[in-house]
Design a protein around this ligand. Sequence first.
Ligand code: HEM
Length: 535
Amino acid sequence: MLQASWAIVHQRPVRGDWAVLLLLAGFAVQYCLALSSEELRHHALSASIVLYRTYLLSLCGTTALYRLSPWHPLASYPGPWQARVTSLWLTCRSLRGQRYLLLDNLHRRYGPFVRIGPNILSINSASAIPLYVGMEKSETYRRHMRSPGFELFFKPAVTGQHRERKRIWAGLFTANGLSQLMPNLERRTLELMQCMERRQSQSERGLVDVKEVFSHWAFDYTTDVIFGGCNQFELMKKGDPCGLAVTGKIAFAAIDTLGTSPWIMELLWSLPVTPKRADTMLSLIGETVQKRLRLRPEFDDLVSYLLHASVDDEDIERDVYIAIVGGSDNIAVMTTLALYFLLAHPDYYQRLREELDAAFPDPTGSLPANDLAALSLLNGVINEALRLGTPFFLPRIVPKGGALLDNRFIPEDTIVALAAYSQQLSADNFFPEPAEFHPARWLPDGLGPHTKTDKTVLASFTFGPYACIGKPLAYREMRHALARTVLTFDMSLPPEFDVPAFRAGILNMHTTFFTHKLLVKVARRPGVKLESVYC
Ligand code: HEM
């Protein structure tokens, strides 16, 4: 029995829910055998427990010994011994939210290849980037839902389905598709300005939590993009009593952290309960999709493209869920981070203000996307926030035959992930002061003659067939929100705001959690009369 279990465990990944069922079934068989034996019948239960405990301990013990042994295919890669024994080591550390710092330390200690799980390598080398182009998503992305489906983001069930669905979405991000989304971006961002002033005037301390306002703005705009203006969420107006903006965030964080031990996710998903928040969100999405299907949208929204390609209603709902979370959360996070960095570096805030004032002498006028795209410091601010704020861990699986990287052979089926944070903060790629916020490093003259800014290692939107499809829209949204905010307001942090504590409280689990509020004082700049443009 031990040999059979060994063969199963070491041949292929075993689903957590099936493993538990198999173990229970094995125990039941053993108990029945004990009952049928003359000798054991009277103490069948205790005898079965002892036997089964011995079996389980032997299985775990021999597995641990094998994983630590020189016969394991990854034996030559260094790493902490606990990580070699069990994936739970990485899962526990991932749950603390600062895995990227841990990995960075491990790379300093062990070099560019570190074994961070029985079958997982973290690679701190720019040479790992081309691997993303040819590799499949790891088991972390296996679809953690009860019903089958093939929407984006998860691991495709059938080859080609992901590519086909991505082709459908791509219409939204063409020049024509994007241009239809711009009037709403203008409108929603003006509403954001109103929302900041309103919430500040309602707050006891006369401060506004920018993190929350950006999150509601990003949610409202993203749901416009999806439902063509027929949406009822309106978080900027109504607030977020059901926690819609954080529900998907928690789901992504769970996949990112618990997904490092996929069997845990499978066990959780096999439980017959859905968290209440997720239920509320799913039913609200279902209602909104049904409402949208009965209406004509104001422009070509995501649902239009899916309908045009005859995607069925159930899959539309799934894609919409992904779009809401993928489309709103990162935008909210990155805009918040960019503003935090600007407020913590008033010199750059001032320089950005000057660039914007020169480009838009009328601060209430429209902000055409092409004009914003031409502003080099604005782009520098965004790229610098992305560089420092996206320490993603995106695991991929080495294909049949293995892969050769920096003269090291990586066996097939190994899970590999680029150490994005270490690359994005490496002095080899970004120099000088790689850990500091210096948007000017992205300007043509950089930070002086010795500047190094290697754009190719910025992994914020990742690479290859699974790269972010929303990147062109993401840049437009971030540019627009930052430009409008800086043109409209004088902003400052209250004297008691602890700048380093805010940064230390940033946790990343694919999505970012800010443990501190970003409380800011906003004051309308003299002469900026937005009332005439609010509609
Ligand atoms: C600053 C903003 C954004 C960042 C940093 C970002 C980052 C990423 C990253 C790193 C991935 C790959 C995830 C993985 O492999 O695990 C991804 C995928 C994706 N993103 Fe974004 N994203 C942003 C904005 C958006 C927007 C605005 C949309 C859509 C409206 C979007 C839609 C998607 C979708 C659908 C995928 C799945 C793509 C696939 O699996 O092929 N993202 N994004």
